[in-house]
Design a protein around this ligand. Structure first.
Ligand code: SF4
Ligand code: SF4
Length: 200
């Protein structure tokens, strides 16, 4: 568990909590810090932040801590915390909300690769209603390469990475885990409406 001291932002505490509660649909104020969620979170130890701690950051209005912690990016949305919570608080919806807030505010994500993965997944799903592996890998790899270049990474390392990914793609195709065809779901219009509504 993180031993980082949280800051109480008295002026903004209410507004941050209200925004996160409204966008995530979770009643954060019901959290009484029993930590039942913390005991079951599979990534709490690695990220140094457990679900109860994240909720505390938001309730205290510590925007900096709430938007800059590894749980936001490494939450695997297993929903264990929510099923254990006596107050039915699903932290996965809170981490999702905080991810969106980081993106909207153009802040640097703590784990860029997870952010690119997330973006690529949502972009491809919004086009076809399901994941298209070719499009997904394309978006993800381009974003990674751009980031490496921005950081001053060598072009050679980028080419090696792209070659490795192409090799992986070929092997996945052999195993029929990846294909060139474009499959769209029947209710695509409905999915597009959901994405448009979520964006609003
Ligand atoms: S289980 Fe629910 S009430 Fe208890 S600390 Fe976690 S979020 Fe808060
Ligand atoms: S949904 Fe996220 S925060 Fe909740 S237990 Fe799973 S990994 Fe932890």
């Amino acid at each position: 568990m993180s031993s980082q001291t949280l800051t109480i932002e008295t002026e903004t505490a209410g507004s941050l909590a209200q925004e996160v509660a409204a966008r995530s649909g979770q009643n954060l104020n019901a959290c009484y810090q029993c930590r039942r969620c913390a005991a079951g979170c599979p990534v709490g130890d690695d990220t140094g932040v457990t679900p109860d701690r994240l909720i505390r950051m938001v309730l205290l209005g510590d925007r900096e801590a709430a938007l800059n912690n590894l749980l936001v990016w490494q939450c695997v949305a297993c929903y264990t915390c929510g099923t254990r919570c006596p107050n039915n608080i699903h932290t996965a919806r809170i981490t999702e909300t905080l991810k969106q807030m980081v993106k909207e505010q153009h802040l640097e994500p703590m784990t860029p690769k997870v952010a690119y993965f997330h973006n690529a997944f949502l972009t491809s799903t919004s086009h076809f209603g399901r994941l298209n592996e070719m499009e997904f890998m394309g978006i993800y790899e381009i974003k990674n390469a751009q980031n490496e270049l921005k950081k001053g990474g060598g072009i050679k390392a980028i080419i090696v990475e792209l070659k490795n990914q192409m090799q992986l793609g070929k092997e996945m195709m052999k195993l029929k885990r990846m294909h060139f065809s474009i499959d769209k779901i029947k209710g695509l219009a409905e999915i597009k409406r959901l994405f448009a509504k979520a964006k609003k």
